[in-house]
Ligand binder design. Sequence first.
Ligand SMILES: C[S@@+](CC[C@H](N)C(=O)[O-])C[C@H]1O[C@@H](n2cnc3c(N)ncnc32)[C@H](O)[C@@H]1O
Length: 302
Amino acid sequence: MAREIFEKQLPLFTENDASEPPIVNVASVPQRSVFRYPGGKTWFVPYLRRWLRSLPVPPVEFIEPFAGSGIVALTAAFEKLAQRVTLVEIDPQIAAVWHTLLSQDAYWLAQRIVRFEMTAKSVEAALASSPSSTRERAFQTILQNRVNRGGILAAGAGRVKTGEKGKGLASRWYPQTLARRILAIATIKERVHFIEGDGVEILEQNSARADAVFFIDPPYTAGGKRAGRRLYTYADVDHEALFRTVACLTGDFLMTYDNSENARLLAEAHAFLLKPMAMKNTHHAQMTELLISRKLDWLDYG
Ligand SMILES: C[S@@+](CC[C@H](N)C(=O)[O-])C[C@H]1O[C@@H](n2cnc3c(N)ncnc32)[C@H](O)[C@@H]1O
């Protein structure tokens, strides 16, 4: 709790050139997801607010076809920036968590986490077992996400070793905080819809809608980049086909990509606008990611 109060007092932005979008202080953004997620878009949250509030009317539906931790869609739902949100995720492990969070089993999951006695032995036993239900699989996924280095669920990821303050495996295991987030998500579940499936198909199905907006954050594998492959079990996306689908969307959209030559070329081929955004990654290193859209005037800080 003390930590949360402290976080709320931090300034939202770190200062930089006044004409540029400021660098977001991620510690100031309310953390609503149960995941610590590689490639998570917490840094985007202040821009999400600015973008959606710039629209003439609040969207009926906010669709996030590559959901991962869902921090962006969850924020839209909590802050009523859209009437409802839809998250899509293809990875069955992550999907098990979303199915459970949005069902009656959310309470079971919160209790399971709070009652779990964490030792090196209990962690390995829980992770080695074959889950017999969706909710058990959800618990196993959250545990794995918390004890694996960088929150990585893909094969080959190692465990956290010394962790925060030398606390080892338990250094990212905050049972009470996780339970609170789970119960908070349960209070807005009427406005949150989850689909286990292919995000590109969902984009195609919704392409004629003018009342929906889309936040599209695929694994960064354009041009054969390897980073996304190490981070996600499902990393293969046909980026050219994705851009063609996005070009047919009637509703407003935003894509995020790594600041790579390939992503730039794809954006330019469709006459989309792009803006490199300075951000700090989890290691506090400054880097840039691209925002891509048809309209970025709401980003003007000049
Ligand atoms: C960059 S991450 C999204 C991170 C998310 N924006 C966040 O803030 O946590 C990309 C996600 O897309 C998922 N994914 C990969 N291919 C997909 C597909 N065809 N349909 C839906 N999800 C997919 C991956 O499993 C991964 O969770």
